[in-house]
Write a protein that binds this ligand. Structure first.
Ligand code: GAF
Length: 384
């Protein structure tokens, strides 16, 4: 059977977390995300369309009189302690490097931070392609800003969280996850143009049409995912270089023949066609054409499976099961090589599709998948 993954009650989570600190400044929540469409386009200066999930990471913070940063987690035994001036690339590793990295990036940007105790509680499933790391890093960013009494603005926080993740945590991501977590809005998808990092809120309310966005966490986390992500970035850079372009955003399908390399041709075809699909999904949403949205999801999945080669049997199985069960369309979401699928389904078919996925996984001897509710939810905020 598929297992329901509950986001938890934000007020209860916040209350329990605050009680772990003597004099908390506040508790801050930052959501995970699902990207509706526009995969591996962010680092190609392309378009993405994520929504924020109701599942979030929570960070409670208290000030200290010295220059120590201490980080504890409800999910981890070890408490990490580091002097703020000692944080630098290579000095903190593991999950706490995301939190220490934000402190480092904010200080690098010229902000003064006090010593702080942080306690975090993660409600975004780990390794699910739903951006648990962006949720952690963004909740810590808001908590630290509140403790320091500063408000650098959301765009500056996107910069700081991206630097933290790339330079301290060692994950060279493209900005999609942090932007979605910081700027997401209830009832909306966020259209992000990574050429100039401008954003636009686009209405996303499938429930008002009798539809539901089903998120299925396959719980397949492939060990080569880090290497796979880097190698896709390198392929895209190599393709742009061969075409004499700064990024693949400038490429068109007419350029494909000039690449002279089948792998680079297929990588480029994915990026160019995926950016176009983002435009088409936004246009379809503006016309309330949900069948078209679904069809574009399924096309996107085929492109990631065949051209970008970032799918895996578990992801393909969920997509096939959802489509067989009556979904308007389905695709893997996130970096790939495991993680989650989104399926746009008639609300009254959601439970039976989830059940069929669970049955097919059991038949193949795979661990039970997780199923998450996914109404478009609020971006990072203080929990009242
Ligand atoms: C991961 C990365 F962190 C994002 O920046 C993005 O590239 C995504 O994979 C693929 O669209 O989530």
């Amino acid at each position: 059977m598929a297992e329901h993954v509950d986001p938890g009650d934000p007020n209860e989570v916040a209350k329990a977390l605050a009680s772990r600190l003597a004099d908390p400044v506040g508790v801050f929540a930052a959501p995970g995300r699902v990207n509706l469409i526009g995969e591996h386009t962010d680092y190609n200066a392309g378009l993405c369309l994520p929504i924020a999930l109701p599942h979030a990471t929570y960070a409670a913070v208290a000030r200290r009189d010295d220059d120590l940063l201490t980080v504890a987690s409800v999910q981890q035994d070890a408490r990490v302690e580091v002097r703020l001036p000692d944080i630098a690339p290579g000095t903190v590793d593991g999950w706490a490097s995301y939190v220490a990295g934000v402190a480092w990036a904010l200080r690098e940007a010229g902000h003064e931070l006090p010593g702080m105790d942080l306690v975090v509680d993660g409600h975004v499933p780990l390794g699910s392609g739903l951006s648990s790391s962006a949720a952690l890093i963004c909740s810590a960013a808001l908590a630290m800003c509140a403790a320091a009494g500063i408000d650098p603005g959301r765009d500056a926080l996107v910069d700081a969280t991206m630097r933290a993740e790339a330079e301290i945590a060692g994950a060279p991501t493209g900005g999609l996850d942090q932007t979605a977590s910081l700027l997401g809005r209830e009832g909306h998808a966020l259209l992000i143009d990574f050429r100039d990092r401008t954003t636009r809120q686009v209405g996303w309310r499938p429930r008002s049409e009798g539809l539901e966005l089903l998120v299925v966490d396959t719980r397949a986390a492939h060990s080569h995912s880090d290497g796979g992500y880097r190698s896709r970035r390198e392929d895209c850079e190599a393709a742009a270089h061969r075409l004499g372009l700064a990024t693949l955003r400038e490429a068109t399908l007419a350029d494909l023949d000039r690449l002279g390399d089948d792998r680079l041709l297929r990588r480029t075809r994915h990026v160019v066609s995926e950016i176009e699909r983002v435009r088409q999904v936004v246009a379809a949403l503006e016309q309330d054409d949900w069948s078209r949205v679904g069809a574009l999801f399924t096309e996107s999945h085929a492109s990631m499976r065949d051209d970008f080669e970032i799918s895996c049997p578990e992801l393909d199985e969920v997509v096939a099961t959802a489509v067989d069960g009556g979904a308007l369309g389905a695709r893997m979401t996130g970096g790939g090589f495991g993680g989650s699928v989104i399926a746009l389904v008639p609300a009254d078919a959601a439970a039976s599709i989830a059940e069929q996925v669970g049955e097919r996984f059991a038949a193949r001897g795979w661990p039970a998948p997780g199923v998450l509710p996914a109404p478009a939810s609020a971006g990072a905020h203080e929990v009242a």
